[in-house]
Design a binder for this molecule. Structure first.
Ligand SMILES: Cc1ncc(COP(=O)(O)O)c(C=O)c1O
Length: 450
C-alpha cells in the first residue's frame, strides 16, 4: 500500500516516490528540499531531464565528475558487459585483469614515477588512504616521529575523519568537534584585495607557501609527515593557486623531507585542460588522490597514485606479511575498472582534455563578462572551472547565491553554490553556444534575484 503523499507539489510526475521522508539526503537542506523537491530522471551528454520533463543544461558535470558528458555509449556498454561477465571479485589476495590493466593505463597518463595505483571507492577514501600511506612510509623509513599532517584553510578533502581533519572549511568541521590529533593548517591563498577578477592564476600570493615554514618552525620538520592541498581549491569556491605558490610549496616539502599530496579529485581528468593539475602547473607531488572523473562518475571509484619510492619503501620486510594493512571490500571493483577503462578511452578518442584546453579562453572570457554586475565581487577561472562570488545580502550569508542557483535551475541550468559563490564546471564536451547560455543564464539570475 502506498503511503500518503507527503510532498506539496501536485504537478510532479507519478514516477517519483510519494513519500520523501525516509531518505536523509547528503549535504542537503533536507526540509527545504522536501518542500520543493527537484528530481532528475535521465541524462544524456550535456543535459538532464527532470521528472516534469524539462531539459536542464548540466553546468556542473554532475558534481564536478561527469567530465565526458552523460551516458556515453562506450562507457554504458562497458559497464553492461562487465556486470554480465563478472559482477564482483575480491581484491584481497586475488586479482582480476582489468584492475591491473587500468593501473597501467593510469600510470601512462600520470606524471613520471607516480606510477603505483591503489583503488578506493570515493575521494574521501582516497584522501584517508593517502594520509595513511604517508604515515606508513615514514614509519617504514624508521622516521616514526613524522606524524603531523598539514592541510590548508578552506581546503576540502572529503568527509572521512582524516579528510575532515586536514580540511579547512569551517562548516564541515565545527559540527564534529573531535578531529585527528597532530593536524595543522597552512594559510589559504585567497587575497581578494589584490587578486580579484584575475583570469587564470593570480599574480599575488606565492609567499603564502611560507606558512609551511612557519609550521616547520613551530613543530619542527622532523615531526611532519605530509602536506595535502588541492592544486585548485574548487569546493570552497574555485581558489586558483597564485603564480609560483605550488612551486614554493614543492620546494619547501622537498627540502624538509615532507611528502606533498595533491588532492586531484576534482582537478584531475581534464578539468584543468590537462590530464592532471600537476601537468597544468608543472609541479609534481609525491602522492595524488583521484576520484570523480576517473569513471566519469558512472560507477563510484577513487584511487591514490604514489611515487614509486613510497611503494618500494613499503615492499620490504617478510613477503608473507601484508605490506599495507589497508583496503576496501570494493577496491578495484570490476564494474568500476570497466567503467574507468572505457572512460579513459573516451577521453582519448574524443580528445577531451585538448577540447577543454581549447575552450578555456572562451569560457574565461564569458565568465568574466559578469564583472559589470553590481553584486559580483570576484570572478575566478581556470581550465573549465569558474567561481562567481556575490556580495552578501543583509538577510544572511549565502542566501543570494542560493537564490541565484534556484533561479538558474528554474531556467534550466544546473550550477552549484558554496557560501556566496556560484560554481560552474561543465562536462568537457561543452560547446561555445552552451558556454554562452551558462553565463547568460547566470547573468539573468543575478539580476532577477537582486
Ligand atoms: C578535492 C576533493 N577531495 C575529496 C573529495 C571527496 O570525494 P567524495 O565525495 O567522492 O568522497 C572531494 C569531493 O568533492 C573533493 O573535491
Amino acid at each position: 500500500m502506498l503511503k500518503e503523499v507527503k510532498y506539496p507539489n501536485e504537478d510532479i510526475n507519478q514516477n517519483i516516490p510519494n513519500d520523501l521522508e525516509s531518505y536523509w539526503m547528503p549535504y542537503t537542506t533536507n526540509r527545504r528540499f522536501k518542500k520543493n523537491p527537484k528530481f532528475f530522471v535521465s541524462a544524456k551528454d550535456m543535459y538532464y531531464t527532470t521528472s516534469d520533463n524539462k531539459k536542464v543544461l548540466d553546468g556542473m558535470a554532475g558534481l564536478w565528475c561527469v567530465n565526458a558528458g552523460h551516458c556515453r555509449p562506450r562507457i554504458v556498454q562497458a559497464v553492461q558487459e562487465q556486470v554480465a561477465e563478472m559482477d564482483y571479485s575480491t581484491a584481497f589476495n586475488m586479482g582480476h585483469p582489468k584492475a591491473f590493466i587500468l593501473a597501467n593505463k593510469l600510470a601512462e597518463i600520470l606524471p613520471k614515477d607516480i606510477d603505483k595505483v591503489f583503488y578506493t571507492n570515493s575521494g574521501s577514501e582516497a584522501v584517508d588512504t593517502a594520509l595513511k600511506m604517508a604515515l606508513a612510509y615514514h614509519n617504514a623509513n624508521g622516521d616514526s616521529r613524522r606524524i603531523r599532517l598539514i592541510g590548508r584553510a578552506r581546503g576540502y578533502h572529503g568527509v572521512g575523519f582524516g579528510g575532515m581533519s586536514v580540511g579547512g572549511m569551517v562548516v564541515n568541521r565545527k559540527q564534529f568537534p573531535n578531529h585527528l590529533p597532530g593536524v595543522d593548517h597552512l594559510q589559504d591563498t585567497h587575497i581578494p584585495e589584490k587578486n580579484a577578477f584575475s583570469k587564470g592564476q593570480p599574480k599575488y600570493g606565492a609567499e603564502r607557501a611560507h606558512s609551511l615554514v612557519d609550521l616547520i618552525n613551530l613543530h619542527d620538520a622532523s615531526t611532519i609527515a605530509a602536506v595535502i592541498v588541492e592544486p585548485v581549491a574548487c569546493s570552497t569556491g574555485v581558489l586558483v593557486p597564485p603564480i609560483g605558490y605550488l612551486e614554493e610549496l614543492r620546494e619547501i616539502c622537498t627540502k624538509n623531507g615532507i611528502l606533498l599530496i595533491f588532492d586531484e579529485v576534482i582537478c584531475g581528468f581534464g578539468r584543468m585542460g590537462k590530464a592532471f593539475a600537476a601537468d597544468k602547473f608543472n609541479v609534481i607531488p609525491d602522492i595524488m588522490t583521484m576520484a570523480k572523473g576517473i569513471t566519469n562518475a558512472t560507477v563510484p571509484m577513487g584511487a591514490v597514485a604514489t611515487h614509486k619510492k613510497i611503494y618500494d619503501t613499503l615492499m620490504t620486510g617478510p613477503e608473507h606479511i601484508v605490506e599495507l594493512f589497508h583496503g576496501y571490500t570494493y577496491s578495484g571493483h570490476p564494474l568500476a575498472c570497466a567503467a574507468a577503462l572505457a572512460t579513459l578511452e573516451e577521453y582519448e578518442v574524443e580528445n577531451l582534455f585538448e577540447k577543454a584546453e581549447n575552450m578555456e579562453l572562451f569560457f574565461q572570457e564569458n565568465a568574466h563578462m559578469l564583472k559589470d554586475l553590481d553584486s559580483v565581487v570576484d570572478i575566478r577561472t581556470i581550465g573549465l572551472a569558474a567561481g562567481i562570488e556575490l556580495k552578501s545580502r543583509d538577510d544572511g550569508f549565502g542566501k543570494r547565491a542560493y537564490d541565484v542557483f534556484d533561479n538558474c535551475f528554474e531556467n534550466n541550468l544546473l550550477t552549484r553554490f558554496t557560501g556566496e559563490t556560484i560554481a560552474v564546471s561543465p562536462p568537457l564536451i561543452v560547446n561555445k553556444d552552451e558556454v554562452k547560455i551558462i553565463f547568460e543564464t547566470i547573468r539573468s539570475a543575478i539580476l532577477e534575484v537582486e
